[in-house]
Design a protein around this ligand. Structure first.
Ligand code: PMP
Length: 384
């Protein structure tokens, strides 16, 4: 038979998925490798989906999503960004994952270069490559709190650079970019005429400081804001994300939506509408809970004198394993075998973090603390 796709076969394997598959096979495993809230979707949201089903709301919807959901999103983002967002500037997608793919697909051509943060969620690199574009990493130095400086980005901009991807608060580091950093990125984007794809899916989960949205600083429609319901409302399985951009870009995003899935799932859209317009107590409660877990994990690392990044947002922590002299994947597999703890190898997020691993605090407090203790014990055992 004829050859299968060279492009897809050339994509890097996700180190997170590999560890997930391996961890599933280990009984009593403490799973710290997955970036997913441990909560189940709040009841009032599920009720809205059940009602939608009972009402027969089970057909195709308009391509960019149902009007009432986009109205709710427009109101929410207008308040949060401090500038008007129209419903014509919003598309509801199959998760933030699809919003990112649609954003990249709408602005890029094969051969274009896209600046991708190192470290970052590995899907960015896969998506850029699968669209025939070239990912160019820019480092976010650990020594600078995992925030990029101008000199980490500017030298990598060429005539072929089409866009820069940004993620604040960051997966995997938990860094929350300062206003200075966000302004610097916007200055570069304007100077070199780059689009900005800003993944702000963790914007609600800030422990210290404040979230600075790149979209809030957008003067001429070059910023595409990506967000979604997965993390904020514990709705990972519902697959609803959103993309906010200029009407010019939205026209192309809608074309991609037609080709990719037509429209996001009807009942899931109703559920997210209820999530956004309903009481926000769950969000407040979950932020407090994540913060308590971060504090507890940080206290153990400090007590055990193991190097880690202190995240100011999102629910991840990077842990230094350079003292063990192991590759991060080898470390993660050995830790899984010996201590029954799953972690994500740092190398999967970029070259700069190949001597680190990522843990997710999206698990119950006792589980997290036990996992962190075992991790510290393992690091000490193998410290050279
Ligand atoms: N962006 C980031 C930074 C993420 O961490 C994730 C989920 N791991 C996503 C996007 C994807 O979210 P969704 O479930 O909405 O596709």
């Amino acid at each position: 038979m004829k050859e299968l796709s060279r492009m897809i076969q050339s994509l890097p394997e996700s180190g997170i998925r590999k560890l997930q598959d391996a961890a599933r096979e280990v009984p009593d495993c403490i799973r710290l490798e997955t970036g997913e809230p441990n909560f189940i979707t709040p009841e009032y949201i599920c009720e809205a989906a059940k009602k939608a089903m009972d009402d027969g709301f089970t057909k195709y919807t308009p391509v960019p999503g149902i009007k009432t959901l986009r109205e709710a999103l427009a109101k929410d983002f207008t308040e949060r960004l401090g500038k008007e967002v129209k419903i014509s500037e919003i598309v509801v997608t199959g998760g933030a994952c699809m919003a990112l793919e649609a954003a990249l697909g709408s602005i890029g051509n094969p051969g274009d270069e896209v600046l991708v943060p190192d470290p970052s969620w590995p899907v960015y690199e896969m998506q850029v490559m699968s669209l025939g574009m070239t990912p160019v990493p820019y480092v976010m130095p650990a020594a600078n709190g995992f925030e990029p400086k101008r000199e980490n980005i500017e030298p990598f901009i060429t005539d072929k650079t089409k866009a820069i991807m940004v993620n604040t608060p960051s997966n995997p580091t938990g860094a929350v970019f300062s206003e200075e950093t966000v302004r610097m990125i916007m200055e570069l984007a304007e100077k070199y005429d780059l689009y900005v794809i800003s993944d702000e899916i963790y914007d609600f989960l800030i422990y210290e400081g404040k979230h600075c949205s790149l979209k809030a600083l957008d003067k001429d429609g070059r910023v595409i804001l990506i967000s979604g319901a997965s993390k904020k409302y514990a709705m990972t399985g519902w697959r609803i994300g959103y993309l906010i951009a200029s009407e010019k870009i939205i026209a192309l995003v809608n074309q991609m939506m037609v080709a990719m899935m037509g429209n996001a799932t009807a009942v899931a859209q109703k559920a997210v509408e209820a999530a956004i317009t309903g009481p926000q107590d769950f969000v407040g409660f979950s932020i407090k809970d994540y913060k308590a877990r971060r504090d507890a994990a940080a206290a153990i690392f400090q007590e055990e004198q193991v190097g880690f990044s202190y995240p100011h947002g999102a629910f991840y922590m990077m842990v230094d394993i350079s003292c063990c002299g192991m590759d991060s994947e080898e470390f993660a597999l050995k830790l899984l075998a010996e201590e029954h703890v799953g972690v994500a190898p740092g190398g999967t997020f970029g070259k700069s973090t190949s001597q680190m691993i990522r843990i997710s605090c999206g698990t119950e407090m006792d589980n997290l603390c036990e996992g962190v203790r075992r991790l510290c014990r393992f690091i000490k055992k193998y410290t050279k």
